[in-house]
Design a protein around this ligand. Structure first.
Ligand code: TPP
Length: 532
């Protein structure tokens, strides 16, 4: 009879889930015993980093990511990162150890006494199997649920004595063999009605969301924009964890402002707004106003029923965006509307000493290889990065849709492990880097060749900008004197440099990208927002 552990690893193997991120404790060791040779375990030194790495890995690999956490305190440490993973719609299997069943009722040390309630609001399913024999089936159910739309994390609490129990071979074989798929197109009548609305509109526009990247819908979005002559905005940056439309395309207009009133104003002149692969919209901060121009209509295509239900305005179609956009391409009157004029390219960035975020990202745009990927957590310069890089290939941009800091550094490592042949640059504010700083150890220990680019402005710049927006004066805790991220990364084993000015930056980034190993460049930048 196979053990529950053997059955579980057979199941993970059958789903291509042979990478496990984690931070182990005594309650996880029985699961890790006799770790199979064809699996790799990636050790994180903190659970939030383990989840962030698995999140980036899942998104960039297109498989379900697996992260194994220590019982209650490990799950507790991971909660912010699990919050990010659900906002990112990252398909994640989160497993955690649990006390031996025989002494859970006495609440022996390390019992996660209400294990399934702990991550509950953040996961699609939270479960502790009733018997050891049920562990493989529970893992299978969790993997399928995580991968079905809307994708997201699931949680399983697994008592530590379950792994050596016997698994039923017949049950195991049936569980391992199961495949579940969930890309569902829209009803043809719904597609025809939407195509007729697009044809009848005088000035329709598309808003492309990050889920287009996750469901492989770039080509369909471009084909529809070109067939129907649609200008295209990207969904507001705070919630647009990925990019769904090439930002160098002549139809591209820019990133929608993230607040209700300004987003409505940006859509002025349009009578029909087609949103694909996004909520309507990931707003923040609160600046009220009409969400749409007077008389305009909106239709959202999303594979997330909750996004469809909670939108403040417009109609919604719950369906796979790729299949639905492809169907629309065939249904609209192609070529009936002229292509929109391309936007003028932005001028060179203003020069300053120290340099600003726009200058940094102009250099990054020059040195980033064509197949480069950026993982971004540099709050005050994200807008400038989007303007300067004009990302135009799928799977090239990852950002925390949840906004919890610590995602960037960790996810950069996970993305690089998922895409070993593409260069990854992880762009971080010096404040943001501290939330996952132990990730530098993992990058060094596993020789993960990420180039970390740290913009150091000695403050929480974006919070000072928010203070202005919120008319808050005198708030403490917004300055970060003397943080030396390069020295910290070097101590963890990542070759690191501090540079000033565009020339030193260009030379250091080029060398780092060519080094073939993990490396870090920390550049001194002027405080304040870099908007373009
Ligand atoms: C887990 C978490 N804690 C706190 C915050 C609040 N927060 C948002 S931006 C920010 C400052 C980021 O500083 P830095 O990385 O230096 O970027 P800058 O704004 O200077 O570009 C903070 C603390 C958050 N988003 N997530």
């Amino acid at each position: 009879m196979p053990s529950v552990r053997e059955a579980a690893f057979d199941l993970l193997r059958a789903h291509g889930m042979t990478t496990m991120f984690g931070n182990p404790g005594s309650t996880e060791l029985p699961m890790l015993a006799d770790f199979p040779d064809d699996f790799r375990y990636v050790l994180a030194l903190h659970e939030a980093v383990a989840v962030g790495m698995a999140d980036g890995f899942a998104q960039a690999s297109g498989t379900v990511g697996h992260v194994n956490l220590h019982t209650a305190p490990g799950v507790g440490n991971a909660m912010g990162a699990i919050f990010n993973a659900q906002a990112n719609k990252a398909p994640l299997l989160v497993t955690a150890g649990q006390q031996v069943r025989a002494q859970m009722t006495y609440q022996a040390n390390l019992t996660n006494r209400d294990a399934t309630r702990m991550p509950h609001p953040l996961v699609k399913w939270s479960y502790e199997p009733p018997r050891a024999e049920d562990v493989p089936a529970a893992l299978g159910r969790g993997i399928h649920l995580a991968s079905l739309p809307p994708q997201g994390p699931v949680f399983l609490s697994l008592p530590m004595d379950d792994w050596t129990a016997e698994a039923d071979p017949g049950d195991t074989a049936r569980t391992v063999a199961r495949r579940v798929s969930g890309a569902a197109g829209a009803d043809p009548a719904t597609v025809a009605a939407l195509a007729a609305r697009l044809d009848a509109a005088s000035n329709p526009v598309m808003v492309a969301g990050g889920d287009l990247d996750a469901c492989g819908a770039w080509d369909a979005a471009v084909a529809l924009a070109e067939a129907a002559g649609l200008p295209v905005w990207a969904t507001p940056a705070p919630g647009g964890g990925r990019i769904g439309f090439p930002e160098g395309h002549p139809h591209f207009r820019g990133v929608l402002p993230p607040a209700i009133g300004p987003a409505g104003q940006a859509l002025e002149g349009h009578d029909l707004v087609l949103v694909a692969g996004s909520s309507v919209f990931p707003y923040y901060p609160y600046i009220p106003g009409p969400p749409l121009p007077e008389g305009a209509e909106l239709v959202a295509i999303t594979r997330d029923p909750d996004e469809a239900a909670r939108a403040p305005v417009g109609d919604a179609i719950v369906a796979d965006p790729r299949l639905t956009l492809q169907a629309l391409v065939d249904a609209v009157a192609a070529g009936a509307r002229p292509a929109p004029e391309p936007q003028p390219a932005p001028g060179p960035p203003a020069e300053s000493d120290p340099i600003g975020g726009s200058q940094v990202h102009t250099v990054l745009a020059d040195v980033l290889p064509e197949d480069g990927i950026v993982v971004v957590e540099s709050p005050s310069s994200t807008a400038a990065l989007r303007t300067r890089l004009r990302i135009s290939a799928p799977g090239s941009y990852y950002f925390s849709a949840g906004g919890g800091l610590g995602f960037g550094l960790a996810a950069g490592i996970g993305v690089q492990l998922a895409q070993p042949d593409r260069p990854v640059v992880c762009v971080l504010g010096e404040g943001s880097a501290q939330y996952a700083v132990t990730g530098f150890w993992t990058a060094a220990a596993y020789d993960v060749p990420v180039t970390f680019l740290v913009l150091n402005n000695s403050e929480y710049s974006i919070l000072k900008w928010f203070a202005g927006m919120e008319q808050v004066e005198g708030a403490p805790g917004l300055d970060l004197a003397a943080l030396d991220t390069a020295a910290v990364a070097a101590a963890y084993g990542v070759p690191s440099r501090r540079v000033d000015g565009t020339e030193e930056l260009r030379e250091a980034l080029t060398a780092g990208l060519g080094s073939g190993g993990p490396n870090l460049v920390e550049v001194g930048v002027a405080p304040g927002m870099a908007l373009f």
